[in-house]
Design a protein around this ligand. Sequence first.
Ligand SMILES: Cc1cc2nc3c(=O)[nH]c(=O)nc-3n(C[C@H](O)[C@H](O)[C@H](O)COP(=O)(O)OP(=O)(O)OC[C@H]3O[C@@H](n4cnc5c(N)ncnc54)[C@H](O)[C@@H]3O)c2cc1C
Length: 243
Amino acid sequence: MNTASRLGRPERSGGRLSWRKATLVSARQETASARTLVLDVPDWPGHLPGQHVDLRLTAPDGYTAQRSYSIASASGVEITVQRVDDGEVSPYLTDVYDISQSIEVRGPIGGWFVWRDTDPAPVQLIAGGSGVVPLMAMIRARAESGAKTPFKLIYSVRTPEDVIYADELRRRARDDGGLDVQYVYTRVRGSRVGVADVNTHAWSKDFEPSVYICGPTGFVETVADIMVALGHDARSIKTERYG
Ligand SMILES: Cc1cc2nc3c(=O)[nH]c(=O)nc-3n(C[C@H](O)[C@H](O)[C@H](O)COP(=O)(O)OP(=O)(O)OC[C@H]3O[C@@H](n4cnc5c(N)ncnc54)[C@H](O)[C@@H]3O)c2cc1C
């Protein structure tokens, strides 16, 4: 089997996804509460933008905790974790997990919420908070492949200081006429993403875009309902809920 046909397929061992021991190579602080982790995962089979990994932590007493994280990178394995202050796993990953320490990873996981550079449809990305992570993987994969598919991103985030990948998004939108990025600062204006935002900034249904919506469950459901109400075909809308 060639590499391309394996790309995006979950690696399986004995019919189950296998855990691999990964190492933290480097880390970047994206905002006060979000950190990107660059992992070295031996024998990583490659992935499609939109897929995620499971991470497993094991305490000295054998207690384990496992969480899912979208892959942020187009190639290699980078994840971006937003700290949930009262959370069990995310504060460890943002504040404690250190360079050269190991962690268990399995994946890539997910075959539905993915973008393929062979899809000719224009792309509408809509992110709520850390839901921008797999959408950034799609933006990066588009650039890496040289695809000219036009992309639009609507990014709902509390304040400008909470924007993950702020500099990179600014640079990419400035240098690439095929990428449009619009922000909705919900804390600044005091309301969430609504019909008017989508109507103003998203592709209209006449362009028949492929739509990817990712973020907290309530956000994803509200935005998907808006897209359907605006006449988009429900089959063109793919969603990922962070719970
Ligand atoms: C497919 C998938 C991909 C994901 N990708 C990412 C990613 O790229 N980056 C990322 O940061 N997270 C991502 N998540 C969420 C992640 O898996 C964890 O749920 C999150 O890091 C919180 O874990 P925790 O152990 O810190 O919190 P927990 O101990 O599990 O929860 C603590 C409290 O916080 C609440 N809570 C849990 N998650 C959230 C949240 N996301 N926002 C607000 N409150 C929350 C819980 O209801 C609970 O009250 C993804 C989830 C899924 C299912």
